[in-house]
Design a protein around this ligand. Sequence first.
Ligand SMILES: [Zn+2]
Length: 347
Amino acid sequence: MDTFFISFRDPLFGIIVFFLLLFILSFISYWWGRRKSTNESQEIEIFLGKFDTSSSEAGIASQIHENAITNETWFLLAQGFEHQGNFEKSIEIYHALLSKKSDKIVQKEVLLKLGRGYFKAGFLERSRQSFLQVLQNHPRTPQALHHLILIYEHLQQYKDALEAMESLIEIQGSGGCEKLYLEARQLLCDPKASVDEKAAFLIDLYTQHTQLGYLVFEYLFTHRPSLAWKHFDQSLSVRLADILWRVPAENLDFDIIARNGFLRELFSAKGNCELSQSSPVFELDTLITLRTCGNTKATLQFEYVCGECHTISFLPFHRCPNCHAIDSIESIMTLTKERFDDNNSFQ
Ligand SMILES: [Zn+2]
């Protein structure tokens, strides 16, 4: 009878216990995985339940569920709609793909594309929910964090943007000048901070990091021109041409202007001084010549180009509206007719 029982000290007993533990651990791991997967699919269903479903979306969903077309083909189709500006259609495709039971990697990719689609279409809250859904299951996703920062910046929720920035810096190691930019924007939008506090912060920022030159000097020349001239970085003269062009004559510092070739030409072209007779820049040279002849009907107008992606904008920007690069703005000057004659007075 004793042959059927294994002694406690028998080496076979230890082996049996080892395999028993291995089985229990495998079972728990399998059960946990199943539970997590079920929770994730329930989360996706709850997420999709937050949005209205149109009849055409139901049609696309049935196509996606019944046809054997691959996800990649649907992605290409959705991107085609996005390029045409038909974001409604691309979003419908992403919704339908999410409702299909897919693995976690595909779901993450669809959610990221859906978030970007909502962002481009201007639905910031829906875009935010999409990226937060990604981060719930995949916290180390830089693309989702990057778009969350953009959304919070659009909504002027700089505290949340800086929190997302901290997470991004932890993943990527460095945030470049984006953190400085968000801190500067946060202070500039703070109604409790005085103009002097803002100016002191921006001067300190530029002195320490030599970054965000356009943003710093745009604010200083607008609100504290004397401080702007005191801390003026002459290497930025060409880049800041549009800001300098708009500085009123009474706020100009002719000592600094006289010492800088480009500034002499710029303000001679504007008619504030006669320190240059010509310029290697065609537009400035033409204006100087016209003013020498007594013609004051011409002026400059500015367009803006991103130094990273070369997108042209008619309005100045601190973050490129296309590639989202910071402080990549460069101004392009063009000759134009003076819009307001001396006779156009409201008096
Ligand atoms: Zn750009």
